[in-house]
Design a protein around this ligand. Structure first.
Ligand code: FES
Ligand SMILES: [Fe+2]
Length: 380
C-alpha cells in the first residue's frame, strides 16, 4: 500500500502551522503525571500547539490555563513545575482558582476595572483530563473526554499507568526531523534488524501482532525463548509485578503520546513535541514496575542493575532512531511523492489516516478499500 502523505507534508512551514491548529490545539496532549499535582496549588507547565499552558491542583480539582497574564501577557508560571497561588511575576496580579483576577496592585489607578471588565480579564482556560496517572490537556473546548478520544486503547493506557513504579531515567533529545517521521518510526518494527542490531536485535523478537481499533493501534512482538530464559531470574523474583507480557508492547494515542513496555518490567512514556517543521523533541520518561511489599537487599540490587541496563538500552535505541530518522528527513527533500508500506508498517497507515481526517475536510481512504477502516472512529 502507498503512504498517504507526500514529502511536502514533512517539510512545509505552512503545513506545520496548520497542524498546530488542526492537530495539536485540537486533540489531547499528554502534559505530566498525577503525582506531580498531588498537593494543593502544585502546578506543571507544558507547551501544546505552540501555546504555553499550565495545569494546577485547585483544591483537589485539576484546572488548566494559558500561561499568559491578562494585564500585559507575562508568563505566570516559570519552569517545569512548582507550587503556589497564581500570581504574575511582573506587576503582581493575582488570580483565583477559576482564573479571574482577584487582587490587583494599585487597582484605583486603572480607569476601568468594573466587575464586568474583570470577568473579561479571566485567564484563558484549558481542558484537562486524566487516564490513570497520565494528565492530558487540550485547547479545544469541544473535545470529548480523553478516554473517548483514545477509545480502544484507553484500557491499555490505564493498565500501564497502574503498573508504573519508580522513575528510573529520562531520555530527552532533539531530532532534526519532522514530528510525524519520529512518530512513524515508533509505529513499525520493520527497521529493527537494520537499525537496532545492538539493542532490540539482541532480543530476537518475532513478527509483531497488531490490534487496530479505529484510529488507534497496538503492536506486540514476542521475544525468543532464549531471551525469555535470560529473563528467568527477573521473572522468578518479581513475579508479583502487575503487568506481564513476554515481549515488547507499544501503542501511540494519536497524535503524540506513546507507551511501550518490555516484559512488564520497564515502561517508556513517550512525548513527541514538534519544535519546527524539521525539528522534534522526543522526551521519554522511563519507569520500573510497581511491586508489592518491601524488597530485600539482593532483590533490590538485582532490580537496580536491571533498571540501569534498561535505561542504557533505551538511550541507545533512541539515538539509533535519531540517526536513521534524520537520514530519512534529508532523503525526503529529494522526493515529491510518498513511499510504500508493508503490512508490518500498517500502524503508519492508521496514523496518517487520522492525521488526514483532521487536516482535510475530504474523506480519506487508507488503501484501495472504501471507506477506510480507520474512519469509523471520531478523533475529537
Ligand atoms: S503582566 Fe502580569 S501583572 Fe503585569
Ligand atoms: Fe526504532
Amino acid at each position: 500500500m502507498k503512504t498517504l502523505l507526500n514529502s511536502s507534508d514533512y517539510l512545509s512551514p505552512e503545513i506545520y502551522e496548520a497542524e498546530q491548529t488542526a492537530i495539536f490545539r485540537s486533540t489531547w496532549q499528554f502534559v505530566g503525571y498525577g503525582h506531580q499535582l498531588s498537593e494543593n496549588d502544585a502546578w506543571i507547565t507544558a507547551e501544546i500547539g505552540g501555546i504555553a499552558i499550565f495545569v494546577q491542583n485547585c483544591d483537589g480539582e485539576l484546572k488548566g490555563f494559558v500561561n499568559s497574564c491578562s494585564h500585559r501577557f507575562s508568563r505566570l508560571r516559570v519552569g517545569e513545575s512548582g507550587k503556589g497561588c497564581i500570581q504574575c511575576p511582573y506587576h503582581g496580579w493575582r488570580y483565583n482558582r477559576d482564573g479571574f483576577p482577584s487582587a490587583i496592585p494599585s487597582k484605583p489607578r486603572f480607569e476601568d476595572l468594573s466587575p464586568e471588565r474583570l470577568r473579561e480579564l479571566r485567564l484563558d482556560t484549558v481542558m484537562v483530563d486524566s487516564i490513570g496517572p497520565f494528565i492530558f490537556a487540550c485547547l479545544n473546548p469541544g473535545v470529548r473526554p480523553a478516554r473517548d478520544c483514545f477509545e480502544g486503547i484507553a484500557h491499555h493506557i490505564e493498565n500501564i499507568g497502574s503498573a508504573l513504579g519508580p522513575a528510573i531515567g529520562v531520555v530527552d533529545i532533539e531530532i532534526s526531523a519532522n514530528w510525524k517521521l519520529v512518530v512513524e518510526n515508533t509505529l513499525e518494527g520493520y527497521h529493527l534488524p537494520w537499525v537496532h542490531g545492538d539493542t532490540f536485535g539482541k532480543l530476537d523478537m518475532g513478527y509483531p501482532v497488531f490490534e487496530v481499533i479505529g484510529n488507534q493501534a497496538t503492536s506486540y512482538a514476542p521475544v525468543s525463548r532464549a531471551t525469555l530464559d535470560g529473563f528467568a531470574k527477573i521473572n522468578r523474583r518479581f513475579q508479583n509485578r502487575p503487568y506481564h507480557n513476554e515481549g515488547y508492547f507499544h501503542t501511540v494515542a494519536f497524535p503524540a503520546f506513546g507507551l511501550g513496555t518490555l516484559y512488564g518490567m520497564t515502561f517508556a512514556v513517550q512525548r513527541f513535541i514538534p519544535m519546527a517543521p524539521e525539528r522534534t523533541r522526543l522526551q521519554v520518561d522511563l519507569f520500573g514496575t510497581k511491586l508489592d511489599g518491601t524488597i530485600d537487599g539482593i532483590n533490590s540490587s538485582i532490580l537496580n542493575h536491571f533498571y540501569a541496563m534498561s535505561v542504557e538500552f533505551s538511550r541507545k535505541v533512541c539515538l539509533e532512531d535519531l540517526g536513521i530518522v534524520e537520514l530519512q528527513q534529508q532523503g525526503i527533500r529529494a522526493r515529491k511523492q510518498g513511499g510504500i508500506l508493508s503490512y508490518e508498517e500498517q500502524r503508519i497507515v492508521g496514523f496518517q489516516c487520522a492525521y488526514l481526517h483532521l487536516m482535510t475536510s475530504a474523506p480519506t481512504v487508507c488503501n484501495e478499500t472504501t471507506p477506510c477502516r480507520h474512519s469509523n472512529t471520531p478523533i475529537l
